[in-house]
Ligand binder design. Sequence first.
Ligand code: PLP
Ligand code: ZN
Length: 426
Amino acid sequence: MNMTGFECVACGRRQGADFRGYVCPTCGNNLQVTYDYERVRDELDLERPFHQRRRDLFRYLPLLPISDLSLAPSLRIGATPLFRGRRLGGSIGLDDLWLKDEGLNPSASFKDRASAVAVTRAQELGAEIVAGASTGNAGSSMACMAARVGVPCVIFVPADAPPAKIAQLLIFGARVLAVRGTYDQAFDLCHEICERRGWFNRNTGYNPYTREGKKTCSFEFCEQFAWKAPDRVVVPVGDGNIISGIWKGLQELHILGLVERLPKLVCAQSEGSSAISDGIARLRREHPDASSIDWSTVRIDPVRATTVADSIAVDQPRDGLAAVRAVIESGGDAVTVADGQIMRAVREVARLSGVFVEPSCATTWACLKKMVAEGSVGTDERVLCLLTGSGLKDVAGARRVAGEPTEIEPTVESAEAALAATGETP
Ligand SMILES: Cc1ncc(COP(=O)(O)O)c(C=O)c1O
Ligand SMILES: [Zn+2]
């Protein structure tokens, strides 16, 4: 294993690989995993850097915090398709739009990347029970991975999470604690119980290994683009762990000399859950020169989140600092849109690209449209939208679109009625 330890995202203090805590013992901020990049570079054949036969995310083993691959869930995690969004991009004059469909992961969301790495590491560390709080996807993915490897799993989830996500938790056999409250309350409760029971806590942001799984998406899309990063990557943001993972992965590829130029990251949020975007705007106002920011003093203020995009409804982002850093260091943008725009975007993505996404991911398209309309993205730029979860996770949500019929027309019982009803079909 090339992992050397941990580094605090705020104060920069380091811990060795044998450190068993989750956060920085000095300042309490999140940690990120460090590697011996010299050694990784020596190990890699830069022409064909990663495992050639393995297709899942474990092919990036030299850059993962894992030593025993026999403990890894043998579902196909990652290796998701990247394809051009010709009609979708064309509808707003974008020539080079790309989509990565993370809904094709085993539990139908991006979160499988994080859970796969976390559950493998948890076993290496001797965990007997794994737990986590979730808006729905992180939990259902942890439940799926835990079922695969046979480790008991406890998930804390807001009781009003979409029914399909709760169904997944139950079907995979997790012990489900439906919390009367928000995701943030579920998070804090999970934290307390894990401390008291000594369980492995997968909580997003808090657990440094989730970012390691998430970064593999950037390895994958850079590889799919023949080691040339796109100009921009648009990421739906709640806790900020996906976007900080994407940035970490990109930086690692840069350190290793596998990609030359890094993309700008776009933080896509709902106006109703905009803590990270607000933090970015504030920092940019206070520090027009980003190099003057002292990250150890930066705090991200919470909001009271209300949005249809349940996966990115977060009061206090748990990886906020690393996410804000990712956007600012990449020279990227933070964009917010209203819930109505998000729900219209669900339909546009479906009808113009053939991918049914949940509202959080449609936020990427709604934000990108806003940027193109404002002229802050050039129509010749290569832009990648991460579609992080399947629309089948929240069918009821998808039907709530203002101004569009939400029910199918009355049933047709005869050929005459069907002919009459289809007379105007193009
Ligand atoms: C489908 C989907 N997209 C995006 C996100 C946001 O990720 P993060 O909370 O790491 O910012 C989530 C988080 O649950 C999610 O489930
Ligand atoms: Zn610290």
